[in-house]
Design a protein around this ligand. Structure first.
Ligand SMILES: [Zn+2]
Length: 244
């Protein structure tokens, strides 16, 4: 069950007061996607994860809080253009604007997650938004790579970061880079779920598969695989799950 309430927030950038839906709690039933996107019902709470001031366009988790950097970014022409970029869904633009602010604040990890949420909303809006989703993932991958370069973690371990990055790259069709990320994670000799997810990613890259898969799909696939070989089935003979 998902619970929420309506709350009035006063924008910290322009002082305008508006009403926003605030998430109180939700539950998750099933396995997350390979990029950690939660299953229903939590999956459907994206619109409650970012607020946009209807007066000045400031986008944030809470519009009542703003840094000096955020105020400066909201006034920038590229921010104004992003807010109305017709290539993306309205909610994707909100997440991408939030991502621009977080990046300017030096928070590349959260900026990457905001860009990935933008991709998720494009996914939800149908195939005509596939190009937009790939652009969002391209941005997320660049931000995650920058976070890694700066030594700022964006997942619970370097192996988990490799698994997220591999999925973001693979879903946007960048198979060589995705496979390299999976190999980098596997080289750290992870165990358990992460190891199986990374091997599944490597397999999907070899199949040039951009489909959506869950962690359960990876675990199912790994049954019958021989991890010590570090190799997948020959082309076409692998037990595979259908994209959802
Ligand atoms: Zn405002």
């Amino acid at each position: 069950m998902t619970t929420f309430y309506e709350d009035e927030r006063t924008c910290a950038v322009c002082g305008h007061t508006s009403t926003h839906t605030v998430l109180m709690s939700s539950s998750a039933f099933g396995a997350p996607d390979l990029d950690t996107r939660p299953p229903p019902l939590l999956r459907f709470t994206l619109p409650m994860q970012v607020q946009c001031c209807p007066s000045c366009g400031y986008c944030a988790r809470d519009v009542a809080q703003a840094s000096a950097t955020a105020r400066a970014v909201v006034a920038r022409p590229d921010y104004r253009a992003q807010l109305r970029d017709e290539r993306f869904t309205y909610l994707a633009n909100m997440f991408l604007c939030q991502s621009m602010i977080l990046e300017a604040e030096g928070n590349h990890a959260d900026a990457g997650w905001a860009a990935l949420r933008a991709a998720w909303h494009c996914d939800d809006e149908g195939e005509e938004h596939d190009v937009a989703a790939a652009l969002c993932r391209r941005r997320a991958a660049a931000l995650f790579a920058e976070a890694r370069r700066r030594g700022h973690p964006f997942a619970e371990s370097p192996e988990a970061e490799a698994a997220v990055l591999a999925d973001v790259l693979r879903r946007s069709g960048r198979f060589a880079e995705a496979q390299a990320a999976a190999e980098r994670g596997l080289a750290r000799r992870p165990s358990g779920e992460v190891e199986r997810v990374l091997r599944f990613q490597r397999h999907l890259c070899r199949q040039r598969d951009t489909g959506l898969y869950t962690v359960d799909d990876a675990l199912e696939w790994a049954v019958g695989e021989r991890p010590e070989e570090g190799n997948d089935h020959p082309e076409g003979s692998a037990p595979s799950s259908s994209p959802k």
